[in-house]
Design a protein around this ligand. Structure first.
Ligand code: NAP
Length: 288
């Protein structure tokens, strides 16, 4: 599978959530390695700042396009996919990295609980809409930023929109969406097996990023307190960059990685039946 992968140089790499944190650090490193980047952004100001940093890292001649998208909106994800398909004949790597935790329950304009919409449904929809292009570009890779926060969680199939349960300042819900990232990767790997497309996800460690800065002064203060014990964004991006770039992972698919090693996620994250069920309900939730 995926024979002939020589790294990201001159490859089209689409990455969500590269306006800050782990995604930006990954984009900087991928630019250094010669990738042709397309980053998504919901704010022009954040995008401009990120492009400046990516160009500074990659040097003159680095290619980085910005596509506007609010991943909280399925309509915006559909428009993003259409634009990507129109612009790029090849998509070699798709990195689903954007994500957030929300301390209180919020509902999107499309009636979906926000954390689920951004962290799970957006990558699910974007990937499925780009899948034929990824297959046509094979060898190709899908890399998704998951988290160890999936541990101890289950997919609430009887309460997908978190109408009944939204406890612990959103930590539980966030963990469910990160479990969904792993199950999505498991099922995607099955569905594309033999096509030359691989699907893997990873845990970046505890990273000093912009994460959890959207939840008020108390949570921001917590992030400041744990900062000395957290990794840099560059360190947090290492496994992402490796999964996107390294020839030696060409034959790896369906995996959950920590520090460039295949790791064993929780038992519910290995449940193939739950992965199939999640895929099917996600199709229903994202149906136009
Ligand atoms: N930090 C950690 O310790 C940690 C640990 C495990 C997993 N993770 C995962 O790592 C990934 C990246 O997080 P991070 O730590 O780098 O956090 P971050 O610094 O807050 O970066 C999050 C990125 O996602 C984007 N984003 C969030 N909501 C969006 C939306 N509705 N539409 C479009 N873009 C959106 C942000 O865009 P803006 O610039 O517009 O805000 C930003 O580019 C997430 O999937 C997170 O779950 C983080």
């Amino acid at each position: 599978m995926a024979a002939g992968w020589t790294g990201v140089r001159d490859k089209r790499v689409v990455i969500t959530g590269a306006t800050g944190g782990i995604g930006l650090a990954a984009a900087e490193e991928l630019a250094r390695r010669g990738a042709r980047l397309a980053i998504t952004a919901r704010s022009q100001g954040r995008a401009a700042e990120a492009v400046g940093r990516i160009r500074a890292a990659g040097g003159d001649g680095v290619e980085v396009d910005v596509l506007q998208a609010d991943l909280a909106s399925l309509a915006s994800v559909r428009a993003l996919a259409a634009e990507l398909l129109q612009r790029y004949e090849r998509i070699d790597v798709l990195v689903n990295n954007a994500g957030a935790m929300n301390a209180s329950r919020q509902v999107t304009g499309e009636g979906l609980e926000l954390t689920w919409a951004v962290n799970h449904l957006a990558p699910f929809l974007l990937t499925t809409l780009l899948l034929e292009r990824l297959k046509a570009s094979a060898p190709a890779r899908v890399v998704t930023t998951a988290s160890d926060a999936h541990k101890g969680k289950l997919i609430p199939f009887d309460d997908l929109n978190a109408e009944r349960g939204y406890a612990q300042r959103g930590f539980d819900r966030y963990g469910q969406t990160k479990l969904a990232n792993i199950l999505f990767t498991l099922e995607l790997a099955e569905r594309v097996r033999g096509s030359g497309v691989t699907a893997n996800c990873f845990h970046p460690g505890t990273v000093a990023s912009g994460f959890n800065r959207n939840n008020g002064a108390l949570m921001s203060a917590v992030m400041v307190v744990i900062r000395p014990f957290s990794r840099s964004t560059a360190r947090g991006a290492e496994t992402l960059v490796w999964l996107a770039d390294a020839p030696e992972v060409s034959d790896q698919t369906g995996g959950y990685f920590v520090d460039r090693r295949r790791a064993t996620p929780s038992r519910p994250a290995q449940d193939a039946e739950a992965a199939r069920r999640l895929w099917s309900v996600s199709e229903e939730q994202t149906r136009a």
